[in-house]
Design a protein around this ligand. Sequence first.
Ligand code: ZN
Ligand code: ZN
Length: 265
Amino acid sequence: MLIDTHTHLDDARYDGDREAMIARARDAGVETLVTIGCDLATSRAAVKLADRYPFVYASIGVHPHEVRHIGDGWYDELRRLAQHPKVVAYGEIGLDYHYNHSPPKLQRERFREQILLARECRLPIVIHTREAQEDTIAILREEQAADVGGVFHCFSGDAWLAKDGLDLGFYLSFSGVVTFQNAGMLRDIVQTVPMDRILIETDCPYLTPAPHRGKRNEPAYVRLVAEAIASAKGTGTPMRLDEVGRVTSANARRLFNLPNGSPPA
Ligand SMILES: [Zn+2]
Ligand SMILES: [Zn+2]
């Protein structure tokens, strides 16, 4: 049993076969999916999908790329969406200085505001950080985000960020990047992270794991991420795949306050 903690199921790339793609995930042992909003429209879409499928949960919020679009009424609408019983997290939020689709100063302001909003809504945060490690940690400390809690999604940072994030009580979620041939440093970090703080995700349709790189990603492939964690965690012999599934699923249930057991299909 696996939980894919970070998907974008509403993405237009699934418009032709969304139903079949979700069925493939269930067949591959993915019991629960969390689908993530990046702006107002995708947050609404995430909630809609959570309404439609008993095993899909939603996270709502505004991605650092999109924060320049935040306008009148956005936070009120997000507050309203947060009341939905299947909204289990706030995000993805954070900082992305790689593309700077939104100006960095604005990203920092909106990150702080949204941490406050998550605190108000009593939701853990899903953090996106790219080429902004120092500022991300500084803001999390200054906003006392440790008591909001959450996860560094698609963790691909340095060892010090892993340590500081863990010290603040956050989970680290690993994606298909851990399967990449050149990701030896990331697999070394996986070895150092306590098993009870690891989540797994696909971030689909992005970041397709090996050996499917170059193709569209989908939640069924979260198994490949779990396999990479299993082999990184083993010393000599890999950890058992079902053990990785069991522990990471328990972690996801704890963080997102998900009900126990497999909900009806
Ligand atoms: Zn992200
Ligand atoms: Zn994402």
